[in-house]
Design a protein around this ligand. Structure first.
Ligand code: 0A1
Ligand code: ZN
Length: 872
């Protein structure tokens, strides 16, 4: 871990090519949890394009044993985390390094570490330097041969990237395996696994007729939970060939699950490593949301094989080149898998909801940065919603501007030009534009690229004017983003008649501060449906009245904007109450609109559930200049209670109508029905708390006990817990007893309690109590997230307390976690990103808590960078 004083700011503009290339690496590992011996033999070449200079290798937390050049020992010096060899020859040479590392002490889970008695690696972004000394930067690409030696009983499975060359027995009960990856790759894509695992296997033939072996490795008892991941993998393979013509380039493709992992998963070449939470699913232990998340993460990692691995990033500032593009690809895949237009819209709505909940606050807060950041202290802090999700929106805008076929042509050119290279976001932009000369993109490419360089969420204002005499409708669009230059904003616009007639749809490209667009032959004043499908990641002020929003809610041909109208109607009411400091009272017009959605004979259950779910508290906070989390929560809760009461009969009908007979399948239609039934049940239990009715809590409890799948079981449990119903306690203990052998389910048990809507401080008190529970540990990232992150990042009303106890707890947990796993601690630190917008007394108390963390002398770079940005 880097300590205070060693932090350096890395700047994008300082990029320089490396002085040396490493062409091949022959790595051998003598695996031992306490002390693993690593021998690395490299073929090194001076980069003749760069002036003479020493060979400077990265290394962290290593014990160096020897350094040889062409078989001879050589003088070197060590400076912090650098190994410097002044006398490296000009001619190509062989470099041999021997060192040890201590996997079982590696609680940071970066580099080589142990988990559940096995060895695993995580090398992105800069973990390889914690395994051996290397030019640990993505533009140095080498061909790897890897030999693993380990005790055969404890570690029967030995895996690394590429193809298996050889296996055999050694003395003392040890064995070995030798792997070779023919594709040159950066060190961050290296991986090894040595553990006692079993695999689900499937052979598949690609379009070209090539055979491939797919394997999903997990711990012994988990094999039955790998079917969904395997199916998702096969579907991903088929999709990438069909949609982008991109085949699997390896004979063998392996996926491994591990329960201690910092992120969701990792795209190591041919050996993807997954957090078990992103891999394992059975109907009894995983919810519909888990099934869909697994499908998209399996696809995401698989798609990286081309977008990330075959073409990689020149430097870490280009991270969105692979991440934004790969998120876009996994989102497109999920939509195609969902099938029907309305199921596609549901996917899009969910993606936008999470963009607004996570990325919008980030872009307005202490960690705001462009999609292609200009500087960082710790790159691990930049695996963000901006780089991933906003990056994906930027890729989507390319597609909107050049069309789907144009985008596919652009991708083709990108691979023709750059296969096997480490490149930049500019290279990607050039490929898409060059493949589409004369497009709306090509003529504005420089301005479009401001999406990479300017942080912040642009605000777009739209005002329409109808001229009955000329039968024209003129739309004036303007944009602003904190004084920065205008961005290129594709605004897909429809005009809808008050009777619901679709009058027009057009792609408007806003590329100036203000522009007007005129529609001809419009017979009567229309309602504009702007930014259809959320065609750009902006905040829109369209000035629409309630009456106009109701027209869109009822008639818009664009399902996304129908949903958006439902959210705007709710948002307007919540904001008005919060701004006025008055209790929220829902009006009949809104309630009736929601009733007609709920009763609608044709709308899908999934859509109804999304339309009837109120906007998230974080997104509401984004609309306000001064944020009082308690006032927001009170307004949302009041809206919920009133909707629960006013629509009681309709909730009952929706609940009854969406019971599914027969076995569980995670398809979008069934999942949508379960989601609506669960929402209805929550509403009915909530209303029962008000009315004193005991029937619905009883029914929820019964359903909780009888459920045949986790979605229904957890839904019923959530209905009881979220309403603070009396039966919640016995349901919670029953649930814990039933699933005590299933860590991923116990995570849900913690998370559900930590996310329960706050009532009289009960949720917060419960979190503090659960932090002492025998099953709780900060060492396992999933467990830490399930409790502490759930409170600090996802339960604003429980966290932001007038007595500051939430902030004190946060500071304690950040400091404790920083001593274990800086990367995860850095993520928790981000709970305070938006503290400057808080109302008093929260604001002062928050500053004090942040200052307390800052005052700690020994902080990781990860946490220090976040904290310093918060205090800047
Ligand atoms: N590249 C992976 C995510 C990942 C990133 C960083 C990690 O450690 C710092 C681990 C995984 C992905 O996008 O799936
Ligand atoms: Zn990724």
């Amino acid at each position: 871990m880097m300590r205070e004083g060693t932090a350096t700011l890395i700047r994008r503009e300082d990029y320089a090519a490396p002085a040396f290339w490493i062409r091949t690496v022959d790595l051998s590992f003598d695996l031992d949890p306490a002390k693993t011996l690593v021998t690395s033999k490299m073929q090194v070449e001076r980069n003749t394009a760069v002036a003479h200079g020493p060979l400077v290798l990265h290394g962290e937390e290593l014990n160096l044993l020897r350094v040889l050049i062409n078989g001879e020992s050589v003088s070197f010096r060590q400076d912090g985390h650098l190994l410097i060899i002044e006398g490296a020859p000009d001619a190509d040479f062989a470099l041999e390094i021997r060192n040890t590392c201590a996997p079982e002490k590696n609680t940071a889970l970066s580099g080589l570490y142990t988990s559940g008695g096995g060895f695993f690696t995580q090398c992105e972004a800069e973990g390889f330097r914690r395994i051996t000394y290397f030019l640990d930067r993505p533009d140095v690409m080498a061909v790897y041969t890897v030999t693993l030696r380990a005790d055969k009983k404890k570690y029967p499975v030995l895996l690394s990237n590429g193809n298996l060359l050889e296996t055999g027995e050694l003395d003392n009960g040890r064995h070995f395996a030798k792997w070779h990856d023919p594709f040159p790759k950066p060190s961050y894509l290296f991986a090894l696994v040595a553990a006692d695992l079993v695999a689900r296997e499937q052979r598949v033939k690609s379009r070209s007729g090539k055979d491939h072996l797919l394997q999903v490795y997990v711990r012994r008892g988990d094999l039955e939970k790998t079917e969904h991941a395997m199916n998702s993998l096969i579907a991903s393979l088929v999709w990438d060939e069909a949609r982008f013509g991109l085949p699997l380039d390896l004979e063998r493709f392996m996926v491994v699950g591990v329960s201690d992992f910092n992120m969701g998963a990792m795209e190591n070449k041919g050996l993807n490593i997954f957090n078990t939470s992103a891999l394992l699913a059975s109907p009894a232990t995983a919810t519909d949301a888990d099934f869909s998340r697994i499908e998209s993460i399996v696809a995401h990692e698989y798609f990286h094989n081309w977008t990330g691995n075959r073409v990689t990033c020149r430097d870490w500032f280009q991270l969105s080149l692979k991440e934004g593009l790969t998120v876009f690809r996994d989102q497109e895949f999920s939509m195609d898998m969902a099938g029907t237009p309305s199921a596609r819209a549901v996917c899009r709505i969910q993606d936008v909801r999470s963009l607004r909940a996570m990325q919008f606050p980030e872009d307005g807060g202490a960690m705001a940065h462009p999609v292609r950041p200009d500087q960082y202290v710790e790159i691990n802090n930049f695996y963000t919603a901006t780089v991933y999700e906003k990056g994906s929106e930027v890729v989507r805008m390319y597609q909107t501007l050049v069309g789907r076929a144009g985008f596919e042509a652009g991708m083709k050119l990108y691979f023709e030009r750059h296969d096997g290279q480490a490149v930049t976001c500019d290279d990607f932009a050039a490929a898409i534009a060059d493949a589409n000369p004369g497009s709306a993109l090509a003529s504005r490419l420089d301005a479009f690229k401001r999406w990479y360089s300017q942080p912040g969420t642009p605000r777009v204002q739209a005002r329409g004017h109808y001229d009955a005499a000329t039968q024209t409708y003129t739309l004036t669009l303007s944009q602003s983003n904190k004084g920065q230059a205008p961005q290129v904003i594709p605004v897909v616009t429809g005009l809808v008649g008050h009777d619901g007639t679709a009058l027009a749809e057009q792609l408007l490209v806003l590329d100036a501060a203000e522009q007007s667009f005129t529609f001809e032959n419009i017979a009567a004043e229309p309602v504009p449906s702007l930014l259809r499908g959320f065609s750009a990641p902006v905040l829109l002020d369209d000035g629409l009245s309630d009456a106009e929003l109701l027209v869109l809610l009822k008639h818009d041909a664009d399902a996304f904007n129908r949903w958006e109208a439902s959210q705007r109607l709710a948002l307007n009411r919540i904001l008005a109450a919060v701004r006025a400091g008055q209790p929220l009272v829902l009006d009949a017009a809104y309630v009736e609109a929601m009733r007609s959605v709920l009763r609608h004979p044709e709308l899908d259950a999934a859509f109804k559930e999304l339309a009837l779910t109120l906007p998230g508290e974080a997104y509401i906070a984004e609309q306000l200049e001064v944020v009082d989390p308690q006032a927001i929560h009170a307004a949302v809760e009041a809206a919920q209670i009133q909707l629960a009461q006013a629509l009681r009969e309709d909730w009952i009908a929706a609940f009854e109508a969406n019971q599914i007979q027969g076995g569980y399948t995670p398809d979008p239609v069934s999942a949508g029905r379960r989601a609506l039934a669960n929402l209805a049940l929550s509403m009915l239990v909530l209303d029962a708390q008000r009315s004193g009715d005991t029937v619905w809590p009883g029914r929820a409890y019964q359903r909780f006990k009888d459920a045949t799948n986790m979605t229904d079981r957890l839904g019923a449990l959530a209905a009881l817990v979220n309403a603070h119903a009396e039966l919640a306690e016995s349901a919670l203990s029953r649930f814990h007893a039933q699933f005590k052998g299933e860590p991923l389910v116990i995570d849900k048990w913690f998370a559900l309690q930590a996310r329960a809507p706050e009532r009289e401080g009960k949720s917060f008190a419960r979190v503090k109590q659960l932090a002492m529970h025998a099953d709780f540990s900060l060492k396992n990232p999933n467990r830490a997230r399930s409790l502490i992150f759930s409170l600090a990042l996802f339960n604003p009303a429980a966290f932001h307390r007038a007595d500051a106890a939430g902030y004190v707890f946060w500071a304690d947990q950040v400091l404790a976690l920083d001593g274990i796993n800086p990367q995860v601690a850095g993520r928790l630190a981000r709970a305070m990103d938006r503290w400057t917008t808080l109302a008093e007394p929260y604001r002062s108390a928050a500053r004090e808590a942040i200052a307390r963390v800052a005052a700690k002398a020994e902080l990781s770079n990860d946490v220090r960078e976040i904290i310093e940005r918060q205090l800047a």
